[in-house]
Design a protein around this ligand. Structure first.
Ligand code: AKG
Ligand code: FE2
Length: 271
């Protein structure tokens, strides 16, 4: 598993250091503390790019921040959403049904659960390697089609590719644009059914996952389309009610201008 962990105190970590590690395709975990958390996450926009708006961001009064909590205090309308249920979320990418996909994600742990709720990570590079090893070029190319998947969320329907290619001169990189999500109904095209089901099985297999428990005050930062994320189901108690803040950044900042999105593309060539 090619995830690097960086555990440093906010006192000696510079925001630029987060950027460096993001540039190196790492999962960055920092002890940022819970004091003034909305301010700290907001200041990071200078390095990680502006917040990407989400319609449920009102709970933290900032456009790009969404509260993740099953507490009835936070989401009072009883609508079941990924943000307010303690059920499992298998590895996915965020924002596949938004106009703008977030490039960089921050997951901040304000409070952990009494039991469970550990974070799950699966590098896209490991999925790509497994696919290259098990399928032929002609079986894989449909995953890049703009209509590889039909996504239904509520009464909205979207067509999305599963993978995208990014060209940087001679170099080609690959990102995942659509991962499995419990709250979205994804129907792969006929040509993608076998490979898409393989991906879902792969990312759900604990042997392919890194699981870790973020502690209160810790934030994890990573690139949305390079590292799939999820979390295990959890149980709250009156003493410990899990509460995370999710931050979406657009990656558009001077310090990230050289960021090559994606994992190196190899072996097969697609026109
Ligand atoms: O609860 C978590 O740790 C992650 C939640 C998540 O992935 C999401 O809301 O998109
Ligand atoms: Fe997510």
């Amino acid at each position: 598993m090619d995830i690097n962990f960086v555990r440093r105190n906010i006192v000696d970590i510079q925001a630029l250091e987060i950027v460096q590690h993001i540039n190196n395709h790492s999962l960055v975990i920092v002890d940022i503390g819970n004091d003034n958390i909305e301010n700290k996450l907001s200041i990071l926009q200078e390095q990680l790019g502006s917040y990407v708006y989400h319609k449920h961001s009102g709970k933290h009064h900032r456009d790009g921040l969404v509260a993740i909590s099953a507490s009835p205090e936070l989401y009072k309308d009883k609508v079941l959403r990924p943000q307010n249920t303690s059920r499992i979320q298998n590895p996915h990418t965020d924002g596949a049904t938004e106009n703008i996909e977030p490039i960089i994600l921050g997951l901040h742990c304000l409070e952990r659960a009494e039991q469970g709720g550990e974070s799950i990570f699966v590098p896209v590079s490991s999925i790509v390697d497994a696919l290259w090893n098990n399928f032929s070029e002609s079986e894989l190319s449909p995953l890049f089609a703009p209509d590889a998947c039909c996504i239904k969320r509520g009464d909205r329907v979207f067509k999305r590719p599963v993978f995208s290619l990014h060209h940087y001169g001679e170099e080609v990189y690959i990102t995942m644009t659509q991962g499995y999500h419990e709250f979205t109904h994804v129907i792969p095209s006929e040509e993608c059914t076998t490979t898409y089901e393989y991906i879902i099985e792969f990312v759900r297999d604990v042997r392919n996952q890194t699981r870790l428990a973020l502690m209160p005050g810790q934030s994890a930062f990573f690139i949305n389309n390079e590292l799939m994320h999820g979390r295990l189901e959890w149980i709250d108690s009156p003493q410990r009610t899990r509460h995370f803040i999710r931050a979406w950044y657009d990656g558009n900042s001077p310090s990230l201008k050289d960021l090559k999105l994606g994992v190196p593309f190899k072996r097969i060539s697609l026109d």
